[in-house]
Ligand binder design. Structure first.
Ligand code: SAM
Ligand code: SF4
Length: 317
């Protein structure tokens, strides 16, 4: 469907849960989230019905996210159902990867096509520091399991944080020399109540090119990342700049939160509830959410926080 600014809205990002087995400092509070009862979040049947309605309306790209999507019980069965919907051309997941050693094979068999795995650092102490509770070896085992299960086109998401992991930019880029990964650097976003960083943490994405001048631009794959490659490397480097260079004019996304709200824009507080709706009423509400997409997001910088009322784990980044 086309929105009021002539953008084709065909990409639905679905948050399966607000819960997570990590506590990344830029994403969620240390104490986690207060436990919700099952009736507060969409059931897997509800999610399937909303995705199917969206696909019937012309959505063709679906991404599961969270919180951590792999902690939601029944996720593999949901993948099987969604991959079976006629019209789904791209079906991906964003995950921290910790549960992939147990689950990668069944997810692949269930029709999940692609994985983005978060990896902010290659240093075990720093991994623990940024995630508060995680082990780097578990995340690396998850990436290896994804490869073993036959996932190709693996993307590694690195949130660039000045004074924390900018010294690791060359090392992270070097991962692409031997492996066909896309290592994606993402500007840190000041969103929600989490994200307690000072202005030095908000590095512009061109820092990556300054630190690794050998990177050469290559043809975009149609996503939001600008792509580069080290000469002779098997993989690519993606630069994503939500702060320094917004990409609203090409935005094709709608987000579904785990509690059943559509968010027309990641950085707006507007939410459109769809829980309990079925059939034409559901489709009308999806069309309404598309019509509410703003031309561009609110101002965003180290001192101008996102207007979104939620922490990232409650939206689905
Ligand atoms: N748990 C999964 C994971 O970590 O990949 C999926 C959910 S997480 C919210 C999705 C993505 O959002 C991750 O790559 C994470 O690094 C990114 N993210 C979370 N908070 C962010 C922030 N404040 N700025 C930029 N990216 C952020
Ligand atoms: Fe969990 Fe992902 Fe948020 Fe980290 S970024 S706390 S892994 S939801």
């Amino acid at each position: 469907m086309t929105d009021g600014f002539n953008r084709n809205i065909n990409y639905l990002r679905v948050s399966l849960t607000d819960r997570c087995n990590l506590r990344c400092r830029y994403c969620m509070p240390e104490e986690g989230i207060s436990k919700r009862s099952h009736s507060d979040i969409l059931s897997l049947e509800d999610i399937y019905e909303i995705v199917r309605a969206a696909v019937e309306m012309g959505f063709s790209k679906i991404r599961l996210t969270g919180g951590e999507p792999l902690v939601r019980r029944g996720v593999t069965a949901l993948c099987r159902s969604i991959s079976g919907i006629d019209g789904v051309e791209d079906f991906a997941m964003t995950t921290n990867g910790l549960l992939l050693p147990e689950m990668a094979k069944e997810l692949k068999a269930a029709g999940l096509m692609r994985l983005n795995i978060s990896l902010d650092t290659l240093d075990p102490d720093k991994y623990r520091q940024i995630t508060r509770i995680g082990r780097l070896s578990d995340a690396l085992a998850g990436i290896a399991a994804a490869e073993e299960a036959g996932f190709t086109d693996i993307k590694l998401n690195t949130v660039l944080i000045g004074g924390f992991n900018d010294c690791e930019i060359p090392r992270l880029v070097e991962l692409t020399e031997e492996k066909p990964y896309q290592v994606r650097f993402i500007e840190l976003m000041p969103i929600g109540n989490a994200c307690p960083f000072d202005d030095k943490a908000y590095l512009p994405i061109h820092t990556v090119l300054e630190r690794v001048p050998a990177l050469e631009p290559v043809q975009s794959d149609g996503g939001v990342a600008r792509l580069y490659r080290l000469p002779g490397a098997k993989g690519t480097v993606g630069l994503i700049s939500p702060l320094s260079d917004h990409f609203c004019s090409g935005c094709s996304r709608l987000r579904l939160t785990a509690d059943g709200c559509l968010k027309p824009c990641l950085h707006s507080a507007e939410e459109i509830p769809v829980r309990g709706l079925h059939g034409d009423a559901l489709k009308e509400r999806i069309a309404f959410a598309i019509s509410r997409k703003p031309e561009r997001r609110c101002p965003l910088s180290c001192c101008e926080r996102s207007a979104s009322a939620r922490d990232m784990n409650r939206i689905g980044g």
